[in-house]
Design a protein around this ligand. Structure first.
Ligand code: ATP
Ligand code: MG
Length: 584
């Protein structure tokens, strides 16, 4: 069927929407693919829905190819199973909750581990039924704190989530690598540039976990890699290379100084370099103590102090990942007022520990390292406070920022950093959920075996924006063929009745050859039509214009920008060949 632009439900916009920050958001709105409904909620208009369906079908075909069986759960889910897994509490403000008319609690599902586990437990009872791979392509809901960048981070979005069930670790590993390979094929087919990085397991619990990050400067995830070894990890998952402890022998005793008005690291370093300590001091010689309050799901707020070398900031995402599922917030002035022993700007390990504040430090703060840090009195610091000798923290925490140039955790070189957008996640959950629901089946030896499980997600709706993010130029979108809303966009750019009839015939012939054709048969000027064609981003544009009289049409490759003239007689064959030729 040919889609005529004179009838298509589409209005393109000349200007960028005011509140759109990233290119994909601007373009998808300007080109009429999506429309905002409320923060993080979008409607998909005809062109956008075509792209979305194509992404779904690529994902579906690769999931089917690894033996995945598609099912579909409701988005509206009862509280009970989430209570059993403790996620009803753990999710905190991150989900939408509601009650039915009888007062029963429900959640709009943010992910479905509980229900897949229960379903498999309900249907299967023997080892002979496994391995099993189930998936769905379904709408998820999360009350994201910062829905941003359009459909990149929605509060309603479409995810492909799969779950594998096996009777042993080897089966789980096979399922994991099958998904990992399938994801590589999916992203390849979608022409997405991506990296695979180690990830933390987050609220899901479990062990081996990797993320697929689309390379993008507008990504919210930062990852690091080591060019020498190929190590790559989300910064959230970087385990700091821990230096060796230093013997205490000969380390000078700590001395307390009046340092004047020195509440910041910069002022403290300046004081130290003027104090005649007999060495150059940098921020890395100071120990900065950051005060937070932390609340476990369903628990009370508690104080937590995090000690990091003064040249590093605490990274919010690393801190969040390290504390998960607890939530945290920085101590504000009102909180400080409640604890007189916390002398802002002069907080030291001794005051924290003496007052029972839980104190976790960066892994670089090993025994024998000596620090300049607060003395818990206004205008006073201590020099030479030695970890393990003068204070003993309650443990370590991976919260300090990871920087380019830091040593790679595998010892192979140094790290470089880049940004990415999470498009997929593969995860060996193990028995977290099958334990919670005692999902056992009869083993080969007649004894019950606990199933082991993996969970694997792809951000289907997010991918539409990711592809737009990676494939556009200043004129508009440039879809790869696998997801383009149409294969070819025929533009009638000639008022001549002959040309118009010819163009319509050409469109019909292309349609007859199995191509999806968009025909711009509107009365608008050629200029407007060209602009729209560039904005919409169909990969091949056929212009039936002035050349018609000379027996040629123009074929434009929107993806590469190449243009060439094609004789009308050979046009159908040439265009079909161009459209169906694999891209290099
Ligand atoms: P993020 O770190 O970006 O919040 P996540 O780790 O919470 O994502 P998962 O639970 O692993 O996400 O979900 C699987 C996939 O679903 C993600 O890889 C991502 O592509 C997609 N996804 C997650 N949250 C959103 C969202 N708010 N909007 C669109 N897609 C999302
Ligand atoms: Mg994830």
């Amino acid at each position: 069927m040919i889609t005529r632009m004179s009838e298509l439900f589409l209005r393109t916009l000349r200007d960028d929407p005011a509140d759109a920050e990233v290119p994909s958001h601007k373009l998808l709105i300007r080109a009429g693919y999506v429309r905002p409904v409320a923060p993080g909620l979008y409607s998909w208009l005809p062109l956008g829905l075509r792209v979305l369906r194509k992404i779904e079908s690529v994902v579906r075909s690769e999931m089917n190819a690894i033996g995945g069986q598609e099912i579909l759960f409701p988005a509206l889910l009862p509280r009970g199973p989430y209570e059993t897994s403790n996620r009803w509490t753990e999710y905190g403000d991150g989900v939408f909750r509601l009650k039915d008319r009888r007062g029963n609690d429900y959640m709009l599902g943010p992910t479905h581990e509980e229900f897949f586990t229960l379903t498999v437990k309900g249907e299967y009872s023997s080892y002979k039924d496994f391995p099993l791979r189930l998936y769905q392509i379904q709408t998820k809901y999360r009350d994201e704190a910062r829905p941003r960048a359009g459909i990149l981070r929605g509060r309603e979005f479409i995810m492909k989530d799969s779950y594998s069930f096996d009777v042993d670790d080897e089966g789980l590993e096979n399922a994991y690598y099958a998904h990992r390979d399938a994801y590589q094929r999916i992203f390849e087919r979608l022409a997405v540039r991506y990296v695979i990085v180690s990830a933390v397991s987050g609220a899901m619990g479990g062990s081996a976990s990797e993320e697929f990050l689309a390379e993008s400067d507008v990504g919210e995830d930062t990852y690091v890699r080591c060019p020498e070894s190929g190590y790559a990890a989300n910064v959230e998952a970087v385990i700091t290379a821990r230096p060796d402890s230093i013997p205490f022998d000969g380390l000078p005793e700590p001395v307390e100084y009046d340092t004047g008005d020195t509440p910041t690291i910069a002022t403290l370093v300046e004081w130290a370099n003027g104090a005649g300590l007999g060495r150059d001091v940098t921020a890395a010689d100071t120990l900065k103590n950051v005060l937070l309050k932390v609340r476990q799901p369903g628990g009370e707020w508690e104080l937590l102090a995090v000690g990091v070398p003064g040249d590093r900031d605490v990274d919010d995402k690393r801190l969040g990942a390290a504390l998960e599922p607890a939530e945290y917030s920085m101590l504000d002035d009102a909180d400080f007022a409640k604890y007189p022993f916390l002398v802002k700007g002069y907080i030291g390990p001794k005051g924290l520990l003496a007052n029972g504040v839980r104190y976790l430090v960066d892994p670089r703060i090993v025994d024998g390292t000596s620090w300049i840090t607060g003395a818990d009195k206004p205008g006073r610091h201590v020099v030479g406070l030695v970890a393990g000798r003068d204070f003993t923290p309650d443990g370590t925490i991976e919260a300090a920022e990871v920087r380019e140039g830091d040593p790679s955790p595998d010892g192979a070189g140094t790290l470089v950093a880049a940004r990415g957008i999470e498009i997929g996640h593969v995860f060996q959950l193990g028995r977290k959920y099958t334990d919670a629901f005692t999902a056992d089946v009869l083993g080969e030896d007649g004894k019950p075996v606990r199933l082991t499980m993996g969970s694997y997600g792809v951000g289907v709706s997010r991918l539409a924006a990711v592809i737009a993010e990676q494939h556009h130029d200043e004129l508009g979108l440039r879809w790869p063929s696998s997801v383009a809303p149409f294969d070819v966009h025929v533009v009638i750019a000639n008022k001549d009745a002959d040309a118009r009839t010819g163009a319509t015939q050409l469109a019909a012939d292309l349609d007859g050859r199995g191509l999806e054709v968009l025909l711009d048969d509107r009365k608008s000027s050629p200029g407007v039509k060209f602009k729209d064609a560039e904005l919409l981003g169909v990969p091949w544009i056929v212009v039936v214009g002035r050349g018609w009289a000379d027996g040629v049409v123009e074929l434009r490759d929107r993806f590469t920008g190449d243009k060439r003239e094609v004789p009308v007689d050979a046009a159908v064959g040439d265009i079909v060949a161009a459209v169906t030729a694999p891209r290099g």
